[in-house]
Design a binder for this molecule. Sequence first.
Ligand SMILES: [Zn+2]
Length: 404
Amino acid sequence: MSEQIHHLLDTIIDKVCDNEAIETAPGGRVKRTVGYVFSKQLFLHCNRLPKVKGRALLVHELIRAYGLIEKCRPIESIAANDCQMRSFHSQEFLDFVRKVGQNMTEDEDQTDEEFISDEFGIGYDCPPLPQLYDLMTHIAGSSISAADAIATKRCDIAINWFGGWHHSQRDEASGYCYTNDIVFAILHLLSHGFDKVLYVDLDLHHSDGVENAFAHSNKVLTLSFHKYEMGFFPGTGHTSDVGFGSKGRYHSINIPLNDGITDECYVDLFKKVMDRIQLCYKTQVIVCQSGADGLNGDPMNAFNLTIDGYSECIKYLISMNKPLILVGGGGYHLMNTARLWTALTACALNETLDDDIPDHSCFLAYRPSYELHIEAGLRPNLNSKQYIDSVLDKTFKNLSFINN
Ligand SMILES: [Zn+2]
């Protein structure tokens, strides 16, 4: 992102944070109520994440510019407490993170050699940050807040674009993810009596952190669509990775893909896999990570997807008519990520958006098109019909072993 846009973000951030209108929603279920997770502290912490600096502002402002936030029921994001943080992360990791964050000031260069140790994954991909523990509690708490709104029936679809950090492990930060808010959300759902949770991950990268957390459980079925190639992070997620033990085996589903997949090919594959899951798994609640790094134009430069492809997948999940949590994830073309998550918010609300981006505080970031849609990529699709069929065959075979 250019210096000019960074300057623009800095000048308007104070204005956004003056918006304290979002409060905890009252109880009572209304059909397909959409909740939107927000808090000022959460917003400020996410906006300073090094790999996606300024993204939270772009996303929140574009959704607001289209008038969608006022159509959602507010969900106040509440930071996780120490006890909740320990329900997934190890004490040693949390102690280390707390110490690292306390020893830094806002002015310190995050790339200083003295801070780069890579202990507990705090290093190059996940550099040390001031108030790192606070940041983690706010991110973890944001998806717990979304899960709580679902568990207490305050909404049917809970949206948290500040969450989606699927790589973080029990005792390690990983792949730009300091904590794993998704795991916390699912743990919260399980503690409220759900025992058939379907986790769907559309990010370009394999959802290794979420899969590992529940690999021994039959209460969570994890499904990840991702690029799988020698040397591509995190290097896991083959069709033969199916989970562990008498309960967890066959409850991890992996769809490894090659570069260049198109909307048509992706959506067709998605629907075929989901149709089969609907036959063999009695889903009670769905958590979907909608990482935007599979979009054409993302610096990851892998898939050819557009907003239409992602929207078709989300519409399918909504049509299952189960409680649904939507979280963000990757997305390194910041404006395209904002475009996608705005469009997906509209899908949840069953609204249609004008392709002309409305004038708002971040409007200039969308030049030159000032339009919402994204053109499809032209990379060759390296996923032949034969390859897709072989992935489907293996997936259907694995799913046939699931006992409801
Ligand atoms: Zn990713």
